[in-house]
Design a protein around this ligand. Structure first.
Ligand SMILES: [Zn+2]
Length: 420
């Protein structure tokens, strides 16, 4: 739950919510201006935190993105007021309002430092820590249980717009979690929501794909949906698709057999920017054989990198693997593939998504759905044009983890356009 909460905080910062935030100017110099969102101040355990932004007159360089400059930073700072220490946990850099860089770390893993006197963090710390604002503290106490319940913490407590998005986000999140990770996330979400949700579905016979839509009212879209996944990629339309902006340097956290697929969950910070929205990569899972096909060709293995944005919108990056040379990234998880459903087990090797995704990020794009119940639609699908290879042994390790194949059959296009 904590992981999700932190993730959501990221998104609300991106959504910007300039109308909801209450920015106060803390410092202004010739070159830059420091602003702090009063509405975002919250007490979290023994720490306080707040969103700040720094506007720069001249473009700044970030050593991590040599080719990009930025003139606005949005940062989430955590303050240990008694110890007078500060940590940066979220960074968003923009150039003329376009997001060019982002990074994130959980507060508990962040390094707290003594701020340089009169630096931005020092000024912000004095503001946030001064005279324990009882109003803010009371608000924080009131806000936290609510956010846990909804699973959509909202630092901008006055932002009424989120009233609308929260239930949708929960539904989407829950749908995804139920589909991808019944053992952990879904159980937690359900507990939080106070209902029970462990409907059985499979890839075979009575509980197989042909019958998913009949198994439960929640799964009705599997039968009635008109924009379902997977599909056969063919007859594509050429469009000037923007190059993918993706940061995939944060390593995987743990691995789980969720009963339907082998899934690797990622630490926070792996972001994808699509349609000006920021998506956080949550997990990758594998299907044998592939679900999507290209010009009718079925591949022996397909990976789905599931990303989610602030509103619960999903984007899935699909990578297809042909049989060939072993993939070094897959090698790192092979020894930890369980043939029975498990709780997540920490991954022994350091693995980043980069190792499982082709260098060339050319892609096909279409609008589809989850390929597992409840088959929720509105999922942005990005199928990598370039395939990778996996060895016969690697493919076997994934397919042997389950009694049957775990690929949903191809679904009708129903007039949808696939662009490339
Ligand atoms: Zn999938």
């Amino acid at each position: 739950m904590r992981r999700l909460i932190t993730a959501w905080l990221v998104y609300f910062s991106i959504i910007g919510s300039s109308q909801a935030a209450a920015w106060v100017k803390l410092n202004e110099q010739n070159t830059e201006k420091l602003m702090l969102d009063k509405q975002s101040i919250l007490q979290k355990d023994k720490l306080k935190r707040a969103w700040v932004k720094i506007e720069y007159k001249a473009p700044q360089n970030n050593p991590e993105t040599i080719d990009k400059t930025y003139n606005l930073s949005k940062l989430l700072w955590f303050f240990d007021c008694p110890a007078q220490k500060v940590a940066t946990t979220q960074v968003f850099q923009y150039l003329d309002n376009e997001l060019v860089y982002t990074a994130a770390i959980e507060a508990k893993s962040a390094e707290f430092i003594d701020p340089v006197p009169e630096s931005h963090v020092d000024i912000a710390m004095r503001y946030v820590c001064k005279a324990d604002q009882s109003v803010t503290a009371a608000k924080a106490i009131k806000a936290e249980p609510e956010t846990v319940k909804l699973n959509t913490p909202n630092p901008n407590t006055e932002k009424s717009g989120t009233e609308k998005t929260a239930p949708a986000a929960v539904a989407e999140k829950k749908a995804e979690a139920v589909a991808k990770n019944p053992a952990s996330n879904a159980a937690k979400l359900d507990k939080a929501k106070g209902d029970n949700h462990s409907l059985h579905w499979s890839y075979q016979a009575k509980t197989g794909p042909d019958n998913w839509g009949k198994l439960a009212t929640e799964f009705a879209t599997c039968a009635s949906g008109r924009n379902q996944s997977p599909i056969n990629i063919d007859g594509t339309t050429h469009a000037s698709l923007k190059p993918l902006k993706s940061i995939q340097k944060f390593p995987a956290k743990d691995i789980v057999n969720n009963g339907h697929a082998i899934q690797v969950n990622f630490k926070e910070g792996n972001m994808l920017v699509l349609d000006s929205a920021a998506y956080q990569m949550e997990q990758v899972h594998f299907h044998t054989p592939s679900e999507n096909t290209i010009h009718g060709k079925i591949f022996p293995l397909e990976a789905h990198f599931v990303h989610v944005d602030a509103k619960g919108n999903l984007t899935v990056i699909a990578v297809l693997y042909a049989e060939g040379k072993a993939n070094l990234g897959l090698t790192k998880i092979l020894g930890q593939i369980s043939k029975t459903p498990t709780e997540p087990v920490p991954l022994k090797n350091r693995l980043t998504a980069r190792e499982l995704i082709p260098d060339n990020l050319g892609y096909y794009r279409y609008s589809g759905s989850l390929t597992t119940p409840p088959c929720t639609e509105g999922v942005r699908w990005l199928v990598m044009k370039n395939t990778m290879t996996a060895s016969r042994e690697q493919i076997k390790a994934f397919s042997e983890a389950f009694e049957s194949d775990n690929n949903r059959p191809i679904q009708a296009l129903n007039g949808r356009i696939i662009v490339e």
